[in-house]
Design a protein around this ligand. Structure first.
Ligand code: URA
Length: 431
């Protein structure tokens, strides 16, 4: 078959800061998915996009082309409205676990297609797979049946959804081209639009542990994604949330499940509860349930009931003990004072090195590995007090994890205040 374009011409156009035509974009995504555009050519094009950017119409067309590379799901047969949440990824970000069942309490179906972690941010599926028996892979029919019965499902995205993104993301990951706003926005939104949710709330993380290190970049990413969703007919809004310090008191798979269950039992760390409730309010509002009271449903056990049903529906035993690591080591406070900073990226890298994350897609993760925090920014501390407990099955990993934590902790004289406070920083709505 003769091809409509030559990949080198498309690469040169973006290299020379031209705006790609709709036809060029449609062709390059389709030809890459078919294997006609080679990996090294797509890598060069991604780098040109990272360096030179894309206009809004280019991003919209790139997203549409990725959606067209695969199937679109359809939830229109469900009796309930649908709402989904997507986080751009952070350290200790276990919010999906309590959030999906919490929103389902109010008759809104939550189809949460999730991924596995790569690098220092954990993956929701890795966390849930620490629950004995729990299964991530569902057919579309199983997913629909669970949404009908239970109201919430967290499962692996099928390979038919935006296959172009699957290839592209793997390539970006190994070619230093993840951190591009057009590429991140189109990657996330192609999957969410193809998934067919009626409403979508984006949790755009800002800070050391996030892709977006500055508020300005996070705002631009949020605005780009909200516009893409809105133009595609999905009610979309975004919260910009702090990721300069880990969320909650745990980073690691089973450790984060344990903390999520504490939140579902009406307890848990305040930042996790606050963000879960804030995102639930956004989702419920967008799904036409503005009067729902998610804080009450966490406190009185209704969200826990849905959690138990959701885990059991996917073969998991909600009462089974969670795996624990074979070895632990403590990190002590070096001085008296106030803990004013606890760096998210350092904690994320350390948890990853302990075995909670993977370096390559084919690696396995340790269910029990990770980090427990015993103090958060703002807490007064004494020299020698335990600040963190490191968990792993493979104790030769402790040294490399401790190395990552060398500058993670900042202790200032008594009376000092931490630089960060509220978890939710800003909101971005349809323009
Ligand atoms: N998550 C995605 O799905 N894609 C990106 O590009 C970044 C985060």
């Amino acid at each position: 078959m003769s091809e409509a374009f030559d990949a080198v011409d498309v690469i040169r156009a973006k290299r020379d800061q031209q705006v790609l035509t709709d036809a060029q974009i449609d062709w390059v995504i389709d030809a890459y998915t078919r294997g006609v555009v080679a990996e090294e050519q797509m890598a060069a094009l991604n780098m040109a996009i990272l360096l030179n950017g894309m206009t809004r119409p280019e991003i919209a067309r790139w997203t549409a082309a990725m959606i067209a590379s695969g199937e679109r799901m359809d939830f229109s047969t469900l009796a309930r409205p649908t709402a989904d949440k997507h986080s751009t990824g952070g350290v200790g970000d276990k919010i999906t676990l309590p959030l999906a069942p919490l929103v389902a309490v109010f008759g809104v179906a939550v189809p949460q297609l999730s991924g596995r972690g790569l690098g220092h941010t954990g993956g929701t599926l890795d966390k849930l797979e620490s629950i004995p028996g729990w299964r991530a892979a569902l057919t579309n029919a199983e997913m629909l049946a669970q949404l009908d019965d239970v109201g919430a499902v967290i499962c692996q995205a099928g390979s038919g959804l935006a296959p172009a993104d699957r290839k592209l993301y793997a390539l970006r990951d190994v070619t230093g081209t993840v951190e591009s706003i057009p590429l991140i926005a189109s990657s996330i939104m192609s999957k969410k639009i193809a998934e067919g949710t009626g409403a979508l709330v984006l949790d755009v993380k800002v800070g050391s542990g996030a892709f977006m290190k500055s508020l300005e970049d996070a705002r631009e990413l949020a605005r780009t994604m909200v516009d893409l969703g809105t133009d595609a007919g999905v009610r979309t809004s975004a919260l910009l949330t702090d990721m300069s310090t880990p969320l909650g008191l745990t980073a690691g798979n089973a450790l984060e499940v344990r903390e999520s269950v504490e939140v579902l039992a009406g307890g848990g760390p305040a930042d996790v509860v606050d963000l879960t409730v804030a995102l639930a309010r956004e989702m419920l509002d967008a799904a036409g349930r503005p009067d729902a009271d998610p804080a009450a449903a966490l406190a009185d056990g209704r969200a826990m009931d849905v959690w138990r049903a959701m885990i059991a529906a996917q073969g998991g035993d909600p009462d089974a003990p969670l795996p624990t690591a074979k070895h632990t080591e403590q990190v002590l406070a070096p001085a008296d004072g106030v803990l004013v900073a606890l760096d998210a990226l350092a904690v994320g890298i350390a948890a990853w090195r302990l075995g909670a994350g993977r370096a390559r897609r084919e690696d396995t993760v340790q269910a029990g590995a990770g980090i427990e925090l015993h103090a958060k920014p703002g807490a007064p501390v004494r020299a020698g007090q335990v600040l963190m407990t490191l968990h792993t099955d493979t104790p030769d990993r402790f040294d490399r994890a401790a190395e990552a934590l060398t500058d993670a902790v900042t202790i200032a004289p008594a009376g000092s205040r931490p630089a960060t406070g509220a978890v939710v920083l800003e909101r971005v709505d349809a323009a």
